[in-house]
Design a protein. Sequence first.
Length: 222
Amino acid sequence: MTEFAVGSLVRARGREWVVLPESAAESELLVLRPLGGSEDQVTGIYLPLEPVAPAAFPLPDPARGSRSAEDGPARRASVVHTAAVNLRTTLLLLRLRFHLVTRGRDGQEKPLLAEDLAVVGFRGSPERAEWLPAADLEPLLAAEPGKNIPPEIARRQLESILVGLPGLHPHLDRVATERGEELLAAHRRVRQAARQTVRALRVEPHLPADVLGVFVYLPVPI
């Protein structure tokens, strides 16, 4: 029976997981956390009863087109060498979902679903992320590749970011909350400008945010 090291990535139940230290090899029980998920989603899988395989992260194939976010975190990904950075820099494409809670004419609260996209970025590792100001993000979207990167190195870079995603959730939650407040303020301004009754009471973000894409920029080797 295959043994899985603590911290390795595996695939089971149609998604990717991280093997946690609580796993007991002698009891054939794997304790797993969903890749990009929270501690509340930790589960156990008994190996004799359920198939578990090493996770694989093939690089995106343009011929296949885009995939749904429901397939798992960061199904849109790339790794490039570029002269635009002097330290590993990562951009995350987020899908933000909110309930805009309004009060209807009958006095009852009614939630309206709203969605938005956001790009955030950081330098360094997920464990010591140095978050970039918004003004530094747009130039990276137009960065030109400076050198080919071997597929195995690209996969390792992506895996190191994916494993660290849970540690980024506190910052991503703040981004979602702030964007929700901006959405609420914009809704109220529009209603007031139209001289309509402001019915929006609050915004409730759906957390954690969906990470649709991970884009890693590496300095060009000298």
